[in-house]
Design a protein around this ligand. Structure first.
Ligand code: FAD
Length: 429
């Protein structure tokens, strides 16, 4: 039987698996294996909520092993370290526990068709000190680490007023940075209600952006203007036209000659392909993304496909696909279609991917949501407030339905709704 190996069970990977497991796995037409570095999936666009404690991983994480068993595919946990194209197998690094003890040795997994969707990592642009002193929001574990740090800081500062302010600096005023800045105020507000003694001016959030405005990805002034206004109303210190040149344990220096003292620093200033991609012998671009043709086959090997944040797919206007959740979903589903075609007829004509910008949303925690819908039609429709929040929430609901099917998906949504009413607004551990 044909072996299909999908590496990366993220926003796109899980949608792809949903499709091919139904059409190929359950019908006995292919043996499908998911490989992921992690044991469970959490939808990446919600990582800032996990970091702030607004999202409960217990209810929202999907265990890959269980998901695989219920959907006719296999799961192998491990980090991709190599691809042997001649013998058609991949290498996974040895798996170790938190003390460095080996659980599983280095392993190989055979493939006939390989799909790489391992997402992106935060780009530090080689700026000294960023890797060592900043926190990143690439993985679930990093988000949970940030949550613990935030809670510890609030506790320290609240119990010991001599500690002064809690200065947090977030670099990058795209969706991740702006949403995280708003979440910080949500955490401070909520903790005050849980007995933490938090002075009104304790939290100071700096949001740094090299461009001349927040949300450079939003085209409409009424939208990025609304984000700017809401963040300023919360007290966020927005510093645009500001570039960081060095980070130290105490804060960061800017090109403009400022030193921004910080107790905690979160780096959210752009993404690039994970380092391993540059070592696989496949063509990559300057951002370390795999180069693919419009049909998502890598330019180096037609048996290897790629999608999402880790792939650069050319578009008819000469641009390349943006690293966004909707791109990952659309490309992954197209890869699924193409694999189904190939398995029917290995010479079949493959579909080509055309990016369709359905819009984008910025959810500033409980405070405000803005967004643009159907951006592919004449610039789209701007929406704000409750309607925007509803559409934003429905994007995650759609992902849950894709993962769990209609019955289980709806039940889980109901459970999530109940838990937001029954349980504390923030997870404190
Ligand atoms: C806080 C935050 C907010 C965001 N908000 C939005 C938003 O509002 N709208 C939007 O469009 N996009 C948003 N994004 C971006 C969006 O999350 C990504 O574009 C999307 O998740 C990309 O999907 P993907 O499938 O390519 O990769 P991912 O979803 O990142 O999945 C990659 C998977 O690969 C696994 N993996 C990584 N390395 C390896 C390895 N070496 N071996 C094996 N497995 C590996 C990971 O564990 C993960 O499961 C946001 C991102 C963040 C961090």
């Amino acid at each position: 039987m044909t072996n299909i190996v999908v590496i990366g069970g993220g926003a796109g990977g899980m949608e792809l698996l949903g499709k091919i497991s139904k059409k190929l796995g359950k019908r006995g037409k292919a043996n499908i294996t998911l490989v992921d570095i992690s044991s469970h999936h959490i939808w990446k666009p919600l990582l800032h909520e996990l970091a702030a404690g607004s999202l409960d991983e217990g209810l929202n994480a999907v265990d890959y092993r269980v998901q695989a068993a219920q959907n006719s595919y296999n799961f192998e946990q491990g980090a991709l370290t190599g691809v042997d194209r001649e013998n058609r197998n991949i290498t996974l690094a040895a798996m170790k526990d938190q003390h460095g003890n080996e659980i599983l040795p280095e392993r190989h997994v055979d493939y006939d068709y390989l799909v790489i969707g391992i997402g992106a990592i935060t780009n530090d642009f080689g700026i000294p000190g960023v890797r060592e002193h900043c926190d990143f929001l690439d993985l679930t574990e990093q988000a949970m680490n940030i949550r613990q740090k935030i809670l510890n800081r609030f506790l320290q500062h609240a119990k010991n007023p001599e500690q002064g302010h809690f200065d947090i600096t977030i670099v990058g005023a795209g969706a991740t940075g702006t949403e995280m800045a708003a979440e910080m105020h949500h955490v401070a507000d909520t903790l005050s209600g849980y007995g933490y003694e938090i002075a009104e001016d304790l939290l100071r959030v700096n949001l740094i952006e090299a461009a001349d405005r927040v949300m450079p990805g939003l085209k409409k002034e009424c939208l990025y203007g609304a984000v700017d206004k809401q963040l300023r109303a919360l007290g966020v210190n927005i510093m645009t036209n500001t570039s960081v040149t060095q980070v130290t344990p105490e804060g960061m220096y800017t090109k403009e000659g400022l030193f921004i003292k910080s107790d905690m620093m979160i780096w959210a200033a752009g993404v690039k392909g994970p380092d391993v991609l540059g070592t696989l012998g496949l063509e990559v671009n300057k951002m370390n993304q795999l180069m693919v043709y419009a049909n998502c086959q890598t330019t180096t090997d037609e048996r290897i496909f790629s999608f999402g944040d880790c792939a650069a797919c050319p578009q008819p206007d000469g641009s390349f696909t943006p690293a966004r959740g909707q791109t990952a979903r659309q490309m992954a589903l197209l890869v699924g279609d193409n694999l189904i075609r190939i398995l029917k007829d290995k010479d079949a004509e493959l579909k080509e991917y055309l990016y369709k910008d359905l819009g984008g949303f910025v959810n500033m925690s409980k405070f405000y949501t803005v967004g643009n819908m159907f951006s592919f039609i004449g610039g789209g429709i701007a929406i704000k407030g409750c309607p925007a929040r509803f559409v934003y929430a429905s994007l995650y609901r759609r992902h849950m339905l894709a993962l769990h099917g209609p019955i289980k998906g709806l039940l889980l949504m109901g459970l999530n709704g109940m838990q937001s009413w029954l349980r504390p607004q923030l997870k404190l551990w």
